[in-house]
Design a protein around this ligand. Structure first.
Ligand code: ADP
Ligand code: ZN
Length: 602
């Protein structure tokens, strides 16, 4: 904690500076506004005492004017006419020319008294300020923004000695193979000399590939924790700034800090934000390039003596600039996968350590039902279930709390409060029944676990299939049947109500993605052939292949979707009795569980 104090002080100083900036801006503004009004009030101009400029010129020529009073810097002049008590006010378009004109008349023998008064000091200051105001304000704003960006104090040093919770490898579940490589890095950090003497090159950069929440940050922290070195972190998106050059200077500062505390770990999250492939183009990109270049310069400039290991995380390795992957930079890459069944169980074990969980809750079962979830999501489920147990006034976390938390995390919050019409309800019931019934008649689809017409999050209802197996491969048949299940919702709506709703849009989105992947990534279309073109990765790849190819892909995707719809429709028509039974049960009780569903099909 000791180490935090100077940082705190710095922060306070920065805040004070910003407040001072705001204060000065406010004062300048006040002077400007007050002066502005003084200046105009002084002229006491009203409709009655106005004298048009042309009239004034004429009256001067006619010798009707007795006295003219001018103020330096002002276009408003006061005029005293002969035989008129009240003074008049005239706006003069060009004071210089006007003065010359009056002086000419005086020289000609016209008896005009011309008074030229110096400017009121306050007015003159305020006038200057007022003209400069826009510039001043822009400068002040600029300063404030710059300071604020510094205020977040990025690149915090997590001094491992100071923080009580040192992350260790024990806190990281699963990832056994990955850990092996991590242990090596820990060795480097602990005894850099030994490796140097042996002539072994110390790795400089390690890229961690993986979905968000798979534990990349956790593992980086654990490396620092095991090696007992400081952990300095920053997120790639923080480097992207609106001011050119700021990203690069931030990288420089980050590494300055790192050099001071080396040996240490520098962790850059979301490196794709700065390390995206360099393409010529707009300003934002060239800013990225500067930032990326600076990062490369820093990494290339590491001394062999300095032990700074840069760990960077990304979800989109294909986006990265190849320059990052060259030797001496991020030449090691580790893929962090979504945990498998055993990994999930271990993660659940770690995160349930400090929680009271009912005896009958089996972590193994939860692990079986949560295929595809990341470590972060699993941790989240356990945390949510503890909250729900507290709300439900349970002594310990019960099975139902965990089930509720699971739904909350995966589908979104239950929205029982939303009232919806009988027609909506019927539509939803038949839509979900469509998904469930079709899925039941397809070999490859997992059994239905739960159907509900209670809206959750964005979905009006949902049909959950069981997930009890971690699959490495999915067959073409399975994908085609999945498409049929997805299309079944809309098909049922059309058959029963002869109307269709917007409720199926998410189904179509998912279905289209699957169909597209089948054709373009998995080579499952005979027409398009065995080719892999990831359009999202590289849109140019498609252009390269030509228009005909793009058309063929589009046609194939459409065929897949259309035929899935036809087949789904056929299954529903063959089993209308089941569709009605499921939908009616849903309308009656809103949810159907696995056993109830099976009973309908017995
Ligand atoms: P990422 O950096 O990949 O987005 P994080 O490391 O931030 O993911 O993970 C978020 C949280 O999820 C961690 O703090 C931890 O609580 C949990 N978590 C993720 N993976 C694991 C794991 N393998 N073991 C234990 N906890 C994990
Ligand atoms: Zn649906």
């Amino acid at each position: 904690m000791e180490n935090n104090k100077p940082e705190e002080k710095k922060k306070r100083e920065k805040r004070d500076k910003i407040l001072l900036g705001i204060l000065i801006t406010a004062i300048i503004l006040t002077i400007g506004i007050v002066g502005y009004f003084l200046f105009f009030y002084e002229t006491d101009e009203t409709e009655e005492n106005k004298l048009a400029y042309t009239d004034l010129i004429k009256q001067i020529a006619d010798g009707e004017i007795e006295r003219i009073e001018m103020t330096v810097g002002s276009t408003t002049v006061k005029v005293k006419q002969k035989n008129v008590e009240e003074e008049k006010v005239t706006i003069v378009p060009n004071t210089q020319a006007f003065v010359e004109l009056v002086q000419e008349k005086v020289a000609e023998g016209n008896n005009i008294k011309l008074d030229q008064k110096p400017q009121n000091i306050l007015v003159s200051i305020s006038q200057t300020v007022f003209t400069l105001l826009p510039t001043l304000m822009i400068v002040a704003l600029f300063v404030v923004v710059l300071k604020m960006q510094g205020l977040g104090d990025k690149g915090k040093i997590y001094d491992q000695d100071a923080s009580k919770e040192k992350v260790k490898f024990d806190d990281v579940a699963g990832l056994d193979e990955e850990k092996q490589e991590m242990i090596e890095i820990v060795q480097f950090l602990k005894e850099p000399k030994k490796f140097n003497e042996m002539g072994a090159k110390i790795p400089r950069g390690v890229l961690l590939y993986g979905k968000p929440g798979t534990g990349k940050t956790l593992i980086a922290k654990a490396i620092a924790g095991e090696a007992n070195v400081p952990f300095i972190s920053m997120s790639g998106s923080e480097f992207i700034e609106m001011f050119a050059g700021l990203g690069a200077s931030r990288v420089r500062k980050l590494f300055e800090k790192a050099r001071k505390v080396a040996p240490c770990i520098v962790f850059i999250d979301e490196i794709d934000a700065i390390g995206s492939r360099r393409t010529s183009g707009n300003g934002a990109e060239s800013e990225n390039n500067q930032t990326l270049n600076q990062l490369l310069v820093e990494m290339d400039g590491f001394d062999t003596e300095e032990t700074i290991i840069v760990l960077a995380a990304t979800n989109r390795p294909e986006m990265l600039d190849k320059a990052l992957l060259r030797p001496g930079r991020f030449d090691r890459q580790i893929t962090i996968n979504v945990p498998d069944k055993r990994g999930r169980e271990e993660i659940l074990k770690i995160h349930s350590k400090d929680k009271k969980i009912a005896e009958n809750v089996k972590l193994k079962t939860i692990a079986e039902d949560t295929a595809g979830l990341t470590g972060a999501e699993l941790a989240n489920i356990l945390n949510e279930s503890a909250i729900l147990a507290t709300i439900n006034e349970h002594e310990v976390i019960e099975k139902e709390d965990i089930e509720e938390a699971f739904k909350k995390v995966t589908i979104g919050l239950q929205k029982t409060s939303r009232v919806y019409s009988e027609k909506d309800k019927k539509l939803t019931a038949y839509h979900e029944a469509g998904h469930a019934v079709v899925s039941q008649y397809l070999e490859t689809q997992e059994p239905v676990k739960e159907i509900s017409i209670i809206p959750r999050g964005m979905a009006g209802g949902y049909t959950m299939n069981k997930t009890n197996e971690d699959k490495n491969y999915i067959s073409k048949t399975e994908m085609e049947e999945r498409l049929m299940v997805l299309m079944a919702g809309r098909a049922a709506e059309k058959i029963i109500i002869n109307d269709i709703s917007t409720g199926a849009s998410n189904d179509f989105e998912v279905a289209t993605k699957i169909a597209k992947d089948m054709v373009t990534i998995y080579g499952m279309s005979d027409v398009v052939g065995t080719i892999s073109i990831n359009v999202e990765k590289d849109p140019y790849e498609l252009q390269l292949l030509g228009e005909k190819y793009a058309d063929a892909i589009g046609a194939e995707v459409k065929i897949l979707l259309d035929s899935a719809y036809q087949k789904a429709q056929k299954i529903i028509l063959e089993h209308m009795d089941k569709l009605h039974e499921v939908a009616q049960t849903l309308l009656k009780q809103e949810t159907i569980n696995e056993q109830e569903f099976e009973r309908i099909f017995e």
